[in-house]
Design a protein around this ligand. Structure first.
Ligand code: SF4
Length: 95
């Protein structure tokens, strides 16, 4: 599947993109919007590819530089995932 074709399967197409960038607000509406965006992501056919792409593009940047929900995870959640992956790689190398 081409990259272009892959992104045409994104479940967020046609959705309000602002809902994917409210993760840092704790208002009731923002929390509900974030929950909605994550639900859309969890039903997306290309969720794993989207998350892989975000992790690759964001690389080593910290949680404060990661914005928006991608692959169903917030920027902070992706930073935590990155830390866990690095810890697992270091553990595997030491074994
Ligand atoms: S995983 Fe979420 S952000 Fe990524 S393409 Fe799918 S719906 Fe959009």
């Amino acid at each position: 599947m081409s990259t272009e074709t892959k992104w045409q399967l994104a479940a967020c197409i046609g959705e309000n993109p602002e809902l994917w960038f409210k993760e840092r607000s704790r208002t009731v509406d923002a929390v509900a919007d974030t929950r909605y965006a994550k639900d859309v992501c969890h039903n997306c056919l290309i969720r794993s590819e989207c998350l892989d792409d975000a992790m690759r593009v964001e690389g080593r940047i910290g949680p404060d530089s990661r914005f928006g929900i991608r692959g169903g995870l917030t920027g902070y959640e992706r930073a935590n995932l990155r830390r866990r992956l690095v810890a697992m790689q270091l553990k595997a190398k030491a074994a």
